[in-house]
Design a protein around this ligand. Structure first.
Ligand code: ADP
Length: 486
């Protein structure tokens, strides 16, 4: 097996900078790919968190005047991941998250910032750093999407290109007037180029020009070809169906390991499930819930956005909480939803515990102490929290969409009798179907033998990157071979 070189391009990378599942994937995949003889370098912007996390750093490219300031590319590593860092202080040395200022407003120059990322990715793809000439350039989400447009509009030889959609809802659209400033030719502004309904579409460009498109679950790969979930790009995706596939995400099973997890009150595994009770008590205490070992404790770990369906969960709580159910919610996002959850907790603190914010440690404790994890998403490209839940014996209660449908096996009668059930699924995504699912879960929970079996089945599922990484490896190999023939 010959070694393949991949330049991965993204705006987030766990454990350095993360706003969602994208970072988890971009951080974990290169490590899992090493075992497949895929050598990955990841190009990310030099946010302050990134430049200060670099364990080693060597300048490999000097760009004296780059979009109005000096810039360079550093080569270095962090947490076992080999990085190229686009160190351009005027673009990236800012407080806040990768996309917005601390007050939550998107940076007004995001088009320039992420066009710069794509420009450098394309240059590295075409050999500007001779020590690492990639066979494949793999762009993640809209922030990296222009990479493939720059490669397409260049007349120099280029490597193979892969575009991965982690969430089609975020597309990166910017005014057409920026075309010249971001260095794209006037004739690129057509429906067959980078134009998306009168704007420049970064994700659209990546999808239009990539040799292969992937998304993060087989079901989402089908859903995004239909108008309901296609977000205006379903036509393009239907037209490229032959190069579009879904590869499920995995999770880092060394970080998410209940047997060694430093964040939880008591470690456990499938043979010591009784230790979960200690975590349940710790979680109840942490969120001020009534200490009640018999309560059916639901957990939620989520961005608070329309996508995640947490408004539906709020609406169903009055109906289910009468059945002695508790809920532990960790999340942040939409201010109105945050306030509604806070108000619900204030009104019923013994049963509703809410922590608004981002807290890795509490996320682990919820997975370890909650009896079930609720993920009522309206759409879900893959979803990671239900994978962690499976590994921690927190039975996932999920809507049957996208990656949730692909990773959870519903506890209907045949699956219970066949010992294959791993969770509870519901559809369509409404308050009523969610309420029914929560009630069904509660009834199953009261049947200890069945519940225990569902937990055991879930904990036996392989949610690691190992198998999933091999699917990326074969995609890269096929593409590299096809490019050699060009
Ligand atoms: P998305 O990327 O759409 O937000 P995913 O389920 O794919 O959703 O990934 C979310 C990741 O972020 C998971 O690793 C989850 O544990 C984590 N996460 C989400 N919200 C929080 C939070 N408030 N605190 C800690 N971790 C969180």
């Amino acid at each position: 097996m010959s070694s393949i070189r991949v330049l991965s391009v993204a705006s987030e990378l766990y454990p350095i900078v993360k706003t969602g599942g994208l970072a988890d994937v971009v951080g974990a995949l290169p490590i899992a790919l090493k075992a497949q003889e895929i050598e990955t370098r990841t190009l990310i912007p030099g946010y302050p968190a990134v430049t200060s996390a670099l364990e080693t750093a060597e300048e490999v490219l000097d760009l004296s005047n780059f979009h109005g300031g000096p810039a360079r590319v550093l080569s270095g590593s962090c947490a076992g991941i080999e990085l190229f860092v686009l160190d351009a202080a005027h673009l990236f040395a800012r407080p806040g998250n990768p996309y917005s200022s601390p007050d939550g407003a998107d940076w007004p120059d995001n088009a320039i910032r992420f066009a710069a990322l794509g420009r450098i990715a394309a240059d590295i793809g075409q050999g500007s750093i001779p020590a690492f000439a990639p066979d494949i350039v793999h762009a993640h989400d809209w922030q990296a999407g222009l990479t493939h447009a720059y490669l397409h509009y260049s007349d120099r030889p280029r490597p193979g290109t892969v575009m991965t959609v982690h969430n089609l809802a975020y597309q990166g659209q910017f005014p057409r007037e920026l075309l010249n400033e971001i260095g794209l030719p006037p004739d690129s502004f057509t429906v067959d180029g980078v134009e998306y309904y009168g704007s420049i579409g970064f994700l659209k460009a990546g999808l239009r020009f990539a040799d292969r498109i992937t998304t993060v679950s087989p079901t989402y790969a089908l859903e995004i070809q239909r108008p309901q979930h296609g977000m205006g790009l379903d036509g393009l995706l239907r037209g490229r169906a032959d190069i579009l596939s879904g590869i499920l995400n995995g999770i880092d099973t060394s970080v998410w390991n209940p047997a060694t997890d430093p964040h939880i009150a008591s470690s456990f595994d499938a043979d010591r499930l009784e230790n979960r009770a200690i975590n349940k008590v710790a979680l109840q205490e942490r969120l001020g819930l009534r200490a009640d070992p018999e309560a059916f404790l639901l957990g939620v770990i989520s961005r608070m956005s329309w996508q995640k369906g947490l408004d539906l969960l709020l609406e169903s709580l009055p109906a289910v909480l009468s059945e002695h159910i508790q809920i532990a919610v960790l999340g942040s996002g939409d201010p109105e939803l945050q306030n509604r959850y806070r108000a619900a907790a204030e009104a019923d603190p013994a049963q509703i515990g809410v922590w608004i914010g981002y807290d890795e440690s509490l996320a682990h404790l919820i997975q370890a102490g909650a009896d079930a994890l609720v993920v009522p998403s309206r759409f879900e490209p893959c979803g990671l929290t239900q994978l962690c839940a499976l590994r921690y014996g927190a039975v996932p209660i999920v809507s049957r969409v996208g990656g949730l449908a692909d990773t959870v096996v519903d506890a209907d009668e045949p699956n219970i009798f066949g010992n294959t059930a791993t969770g509870i699924e519901f559809e369509p995504v409404t308050t009523q179907t969610l309420t029914d699912a929560l009630r069904r879960a509660h009834a199953l929970f009261r049947n200890r033998a069945v519940w225990h079996q569902i937990q055991q089945n879930g904990m036996a599922v392989d949610v690691s990157w190992h198998h999933r990484a091999s699917q990326y490896a074969s995609l890269y190999r096929q593409l590299a071979k096809a490019r050699q023939a060009v």
